[in-house]
Structure formats: structure tokens, C-alpha cells
Unconditional design. Sequence first.
Length: 69
Amino acid sequence: MRTSSKGTRYLIAGAVFISMLFLLVTPAAAQYEENAQVTRLLQDARDKAAQLSRDGDGMEALTRSDVSW
């Protein structure tokens, strides 16, 4: 009885491990499909962030200088 119970535990543990492996692999494969609209939006956001960074640097330089109106 003891060996049968031990074998059943290993069988259940293996089945759980394999099912978890399949559950984790399936979403990972779905991540590689690119959506053209999302890609374009992310590129636009990157470009705007770069522009804002440059503008911020310019504004900081103006606040540190002794320029008046």
C-alpha cells in the first residue's frame, strides 16, 4: 500500500507540473503577435517623451541662467 500511495503522489505531482508548464507557455507564445496600431502608438509616445525631455532640459537651462525678459 505504501509504494502505491508514493507512486500516486509522484504521478499527481508530475501531472500538476506538466499542466502548469503548458499554462505558462501558452501566454508567452501569444505575446509575440504584434499589433501595428499599438506599435505605432508606442513609437509616438517614445518620440513625444524624447521631445519633452529636450524641452525640459532647455527650460532648466533658462532657469539657471541670468536671462531676463
